[in-house]
Design a protein around this ligand. Structure first.
Ligand code: AR6
Length: 180
């Protein structure tokens, strides 16, 4: 699914984020930048040890929830990995929505800063962190659209969804948020 947003476009793809040929791949990291399962495990497995070495050296304090930091992408078919820390879902009244939007915006800002024309996002927080997929999808799509409308960059934002359920949630979010 492709949506034109002025000079930019938003794409929804079902697949594995580590296979995406883009300028930057967003990792669903934790605040300690300690590695883990899901997207984080797949990125470190496919990208190689240099990524963790760089996060350990450059960001020994980790990365607070709602923010993101950049490294090179090792063996991945990208130039950068943006390690974003989404919130752990605690029922929705603990600032989770704003933290998720902040993590998303932080990655889009890093994309602009590093002149990335294309960036691939996973469904941040919607796996191990338990954020309901429909709410995560609506939040990430709206945050991205608002950013792209304002900045007219990055040229391509892909949401790479692992399964059909996540793809469906993002497709519904796009239908709701994008004016036709
Ligand atoms: N490509 C695309 N999407 C994927 C992939 C993949 N290779 N693998 C999983 N997903 P998660 P979170 C989907 O758990 O909720 C880690 O241990 C998955 O189905 O990766 O932000 C970190 O170290 C789900 O829809 O991220 C943190 O501790 C979505 O990606 C914690 O998990 C996000 O799931 C972060 O949890």
């Amino acid at each position: 699914m492709i949506v034109k947003l002025g000079p930019c476009r938003l794409e929804l793809i079902q697949g594995d984020i580590t296979q995406q040929h883009v300028d930057a791949i967003v990792n669903a990291a934790n605040a300690a930048l300690a590695g883990g399962g899901g997207v984080d495990g797949a990125i470190h497995d496919a990208g190689g040890a240099s990524i963790m070495k760089e996060t350990d050296e450059k960001y020994p304090e980790g990365c607070p929830t709602g923010s993101a930091v950049a490294t090179a992408a090792g063996d991945l078919p990208a130039n950068f990995v943006f390690h974003a820390v989404g919130p752990i879902w605690k029922g929705g009244r603990q600032g989770e929505a704003e933290q998720l939007a902040m993590a998303c915006r932080a990655c889009l800002q890093l994309a602009v800063k590093h002149n990335c024309t294309s960036v691939a996002f996973p469904a941040l927080s919607a796996g191990a962190y338990g954020y309901p997929i429909d709410l995560a999808a609506a939040n990430l799509v709206k945050t991205t659209m608002d950013f792209v409308r304002w900045h007219q960059k990055p040229s391509v934002v892909k949401f790479v969804l692992f399964d059909q359920g996540a793809f469906g949630a993002f497709a519904r979010a796009v239908e709701e948020v994008v004016p036709r």
